[in-house]
Design a protein around this ligand. Sequence first.
Ligand code: NAD
Ligand code: UGA
Length: 457
Amino acid sequence: MKKTILCIGAGYVGGPTMAVIADQCPDYKVIVVDMNAERIAAWNSDELPIYEPGLDEVVRRARGRNLFFSTDVSSGIKEAGIIFVSVNTPTKTFGDGAGKAANLQYWEKTARDIVEHSGHDKIVVEKSTLPVRTAEAMHRILMANTKGLNFEVISNPEFMAEGTAISDLQNPDRVLIGAMETPTGQKALQEIIDIYSNWVPRERIKTTNVWSSELSKLVSNAMLAQRISSVNSISALCEQTDANIVDVSAAMGADSRIGSKFLRASVGFGGSCFKKDILNLVYLCEFYGLPEVAEYWEQVVKINDYQAKRFVKNIAARMFNTVADKRIAVFGFAFKADTGDTRESPAIAVSHLLLEEHAELAIYDPKALDEAKKDMKDAQGKIEYIDDPYEAVKGAHAIALLTEWKEFTEYDYVKIFELMEKPAFIFDGRNILDHKKLFEIGFNVYPIGQAAMSHLN
Ligand code: NAD
Ligand code: UGA
């Protein structure tokens, strides 16, 4: 093997990223370690810990050949020359900056582990999403070692999205690598370029200084989320004016300066990163004395919260101002389609708000039912978790569609209509259903940012 790469953190990013690197670079040995033994056992089994289209095949090809999953963090550190750190960096829930700043405790622990177990110089690569200038702190901790070792810190943020992680990793729009502008920093940069050059065209490998790289990741997520909040804010105006958000998005998106992606109105964005990364950006702006900038970005999160609340308010208003004791089938709990991940899913907020109104929930999701149970375990009220959508709608007054799973568009809605209480309501929080057809079947249909189709007035 040419070199040994270690990744600390075998989560949604560490696992798929390293599997693709191992698959594309057969002459590198890739070890992925995690302190969570259960997760590592799953990576070594036939039942991988995360669902991601295409992941099984990639892991099957490389595992045992040049891809290894282990709980032995210290041996991995000793052996590797390049260490990717892909641990979680959630929003801080305590102390100064609680609710906004990133909690870097897991991050710092890895730096200390690296110092403790290293016996030779290493390149440490920030794969996690981090506040700008984190590399400075990382470098200080690493260089405080008393063994005379040198560490180069590189920023290489990850831009993959869940549900498309493997194709994003195999064919990225860009790979971003930030390095210190010193001779040793530039040498380390070349080593990371060498890895990606195995499959990524050179012109898509962008290099910057470390700070631009760290900040570009936060801002990329903030910009994507900002587009969704912008469109969602306008969806509210569409509902008041008979404009149609789908047409408005298409018209805007046809302008090549705007572009068509990420303009889909929805019940709100979810996922483990958008909210946390924007709040982190807000915190950084406040920290650097830029309150106007902080306020600007904070509004993106506020509109997202507003959209979920607006969705539930609309449900109650349309259903004769009460959902108390009414069964509502929740179609989809994952934060987006093609993933079992429910972190920050709008379904969590919507479900809680519906329960506050004393609705009874029948939750169905093709991949995320177990996660839904965990998310809602402390919720007060009546919730059933049902693995058959036709069972979930039995006796329901309404369907609240919250995830854009393709299978929701393929159901037999005539049968579903028969199984439901009447009048039957559908609230399409993702605008994916054939609204006209549903209306003709007899449903009262309420999309996002489009005229309602109701038999009731
Ligand atoms: P995750 O929670 O799924 O995985 C992190 C893993 O790190 C966990 O399994 C945890 O046990 C492990 N870990 C934490 N501290 C450790 C330590 N000291 N030693 C060994 N293992 C340790 O998180 P994730 O979704 O993979 O995200 C990781 C980072 O990547 C975050 O900064 C996130 O913002 C960023 N990111 C995530 C995505 C995504 O789609 N999920 C995409 C791009 C970037
Ligand atoms: C997002 C980014 O797209 C990735 O580039 C980034 O690497 C990642 O965050 C991260 O840093 O974690 P992800 O959250 O996995 O990826 O999924 P997205 O496809 O971005 O969707 C996020 C949310 O926005 C989902 O709830 C999705 O349904 C919603 N969305 C997306 C909309 O409501 N409308 C859209 O037009 C697009």
